[in-house]
Design a protein around this ligand. Sequence first.
Ligand code: ADP
Ligand code: MG
Length: 478
Amino acid sequence: MSQQWETVIGLEIHAQLATKSKIFSAASTAYGAEPNTQACAVDLGLPGVLPVLNKEAVRMAVIFGMAIEAHIAPYSVFARKNYFYPDLPKGYQISQMELPIVGVGHLEIEVDGIAKRIGITRAHLEEDAGKSLHEDFHGLTGIDLNRAGTPLLEIVSEPDMRSAKEAVAYMRKLHELVRYLGICDGNMQEGSFRCDANVSVRPKGQKEFGTRAEIKNINSFKFIEKAINYEIERQIDLIESGGTVVQETRLYDSVKDETRSMRSKEEANDYRYFPDPDLLPVFIDDAFKAQIKAELPELPDAKKQRFKDQYALDEESTTVLTSSRQLADYFEAVVKESACEAKICANWVTGDLSAALNKSGLEITGSPVNHQRLAGLLVRIADNTISGKIAKQVFEEMWQGTATADEIIEAKGLKQITDTGAIEAIIDKIIADNQDQVEQYRSGKDKVFGFFVGQVMKEMQGKANPGEVNKMLKDKLK
Ligand code: ADP
Ligand code: MG
């Protein structure tokens, strides 16, 4: 029998903190500016400058620490990590080494209905480096230092994950959390949330971990899954054919779907960490922590549970509605404003509204139909002014313009006809014109009933109250 293998994964995630200015300078962190227009003397590391810690970055790190129930260090220290690279003009990166701001915490994930707790070893503050642009100049490399000094929170997990699926679940959960907390915009294309994956394998039952490889800088959920699965296969094949895994850094090539060696442990730098003499240690007192605790928003898991309890929603709609704080807020605002049944509001938000947003590539915050207007539409379905079918038509119109549901219903004459006299006249006419079908129905072909409903609705341009039509047709066809 062939050997059974177990995978071990630990992730290091870099979340760019959503501060307006950099971690040690007043330069802007806005994405997409002209190269080298947002790097000041501090970011460039010119002689004689002094870094000043951005309090907002500290606040965000503490918010995160509280959300993962971690120990918040009362005393943490910035250190210099020394290495040379063209996009790092200072010759060192300011990071935290021995005394990080956030200590041991945890995050719950769920894979195939099974919950699991993943340990978080630490989270520390550091500055980002600039960017090397290899594509823009033929035979040359450009350097853009706009990103230099952007605050990062590096979140290091315990080696607790056992499959690529668990790693993706963890990464998604963390991604959702930092966005909920408002500390990171989570934009993966722009590099605001990126991941290094440490992967090793060991024979099932073995206690010691195998030697790990670290796959650097993956910025999509799809690629992290592929890269890890490739790496697991590679390591197993290597060991089974008599080789040994070496500790090294690898890069994932998404075009070839493979990982390649970048540098081995022997070639790794000795960073000569030491406390940064230009920066004071960070002291965090109880008052600061208490203030942050009081401002902590409802967290995703708690919100999910509350939505299930309070609104009696199923797992699927709850998951969609709580996927972002903004979508959840929108939904709750619609429920409140319309006073309609929560399930109907949920169906509209996760259904027609989400579909329209998707189609236009918009987030809920950019929705052309705000919560008041959607609530206005739902009220008119609830009070039978329009049918659910007409409502879809009204919603389309609302999406295109700025009119309210009432204005559209009025202007287009979409009010549902509940006047039984008018419906009756049409039913009589249709029965008279379709004697064959009447015969069929009366001889037991129940299916023909649908034909009559269709004809009446068509004649009344969908505006008849469907309940009323059904009732009257049944009577008349008896
Ligand atoms: P380094 O100091 O080289 O960055 P760390 O001990 O800080 O190493 O670990 C970095 C990451 O690697 C952590 O997320 C940790 O959980 C993970 N890790 C450590 N050992 C292993 C292993 N044998 N297999 C998989 N992941 C591991
Ligand atoms: Mg590390």
